[in-house]
Design a protein around this ligand. Structure first.
Ligand code: FAD
Length: 297
């Protein structure tokens, strides 16, 4: 499917994908990449290491993106469970593949989210150290994570923001946030981030809801809250995929529209390797923005 509206936009977009774990998922990923590429994203990114895997699946997707598409491509990289030498050799492989953009992350222990994190004895202790290490290795465009509702391991938001400042000071160009659904939470977070002297863009992570029940399970592990208004929006539509997708598209389009009205200019979209819902979101958003422009004219 290609977007039915022209892929014109007045805001920045990036799309996050993950390496496929089966042949079916592989087809789905590349269909999604082709479809969503029509929206002219500023970059696409490929996650790293989740579920105990390491560099190979990420490297393989990133290589193909660089070889076969014109999409600016960022590789995610985690430093958990790796020595500095091991991390450096992954970075060299990324660089040899043509990677110039990295999303630099600490990551979670392979034993799972919630397991106590212990830095590798010879490794980078956190993402701020990784960013500093990357700056020594090469001239990469570096994105990092940010958590408007605080990282689950962090004692409080102030400490989280201190960690974000360390990442900015180490040379990160922007932060991509964990997904959230309450724009007031993001705005309050942004105020605190700016008050802490952090100037880099804090790009909201938008998660169009493919499945509310699954999202709640996942969000609980990430420390992201799922407001009750979403239960009300989806009520009665659970069994009908088309209606559910319409609600999901409306919810995400309204969220982006509201953020645009608050002055946000860039969005990082968690695609879950599916283009259908994302196309619906962006088309719905285009209709809403045009209607607003017509009403104001
Ligand atoms: P950091 O920025 O280093 O730290 C996050 C928080 O943990 C800090 O703010 C602080 O509160 C606490 N903390 C860190 N170090 C210390 C310390 N020394 N003492 C006390 N508290 C500390 N995971 C993957 O496995 N692969 C991916 O590709 C991936 N992509 C992601 C993309 C985005 C946009 C986001 C938001 C997250 C992603 N994650 C990914 C998840 C991420 O790896 C986890 O959230 C992980 O737990 C923290 O990594 P980080 O880079 O945010 O850590």
């Amino acid at each position: 499917m290609t977007p039915t509206l022209p892929p014109q936009k007045s805001f920045g977009l990036s799309f996050e994908f993950f390496p496929p774990r089966s042949a079916d998922m592989e087809g789905q990923l590349w269909d999604a990449v082709l479809d969503l590429g029509a929206w002219n994203p500023d970059f696409v990114s490929v996650t790293y290491g989740a579920g105990g895997s390491t560099k190979a699946p990420t490297l393989s997707v990133v290589r193909r993106l660089i070889r076969e598409t014109a999409l600016p491509t960022a590789a995610h990289l985690t430093c958990v469970d790796a020595s500095r030498e091991e991390t450096r050799s992954v970075v060299e492989e990324f660089r040899a593949a043509g990677v110039r953009r990295i999303v630099a992350l600490r990551g979670d222990p392979a034993s799972g989210v919630g397991t106590e994190y212990r830095p590798h004895a010879d490794g980078y202790a956190n993402a701020a150290e990784l960013v500093a290490g990357l700056r020594e290795i090469g001239n990469f465009d570096i994105s990092v994570s940010a958590y408007p509702e605080k990282h689950p391991e962090s004692a409080d938001l102030a400490f989280d923001i201190e960690m974000l400042k360390r990442k900015a000071d180490a040379g990160a160009a922007r932060a991509l946030t964990q997904f959230f659904f309450d724009n007031d939470v993001y705005e309050r977070y942004l105020d605190k981030v700016r008050a802490a002297g952090i100037d880099m863009p804090i790009v909201p992570g938008i998660m169009p809801i493919q499945n509310l029940t699954q999202l709640k399970r996942f969000a609980g592990r990430c420390g992201a809250s799922v407001p009750t208004f979403l239960d009300r929006r989806f009520e009665g539509y659970e069994e009908n995929p088309a209606d559910r997708a319409k609600v999901a598209a409306d919810v995400a389009a309204e969220q982006i529209d509201d953020l645009l009205n608050r002055g946000v200019t860039d969005f990082h979209i968690y695609t879950m390797n599916r283009s259908g819902l994302i196309n619906q979101v962006l088309e719905q958003l285009g209709r809403a923005r045009r209607a607003q422009a017509d009403a104001a004219a």
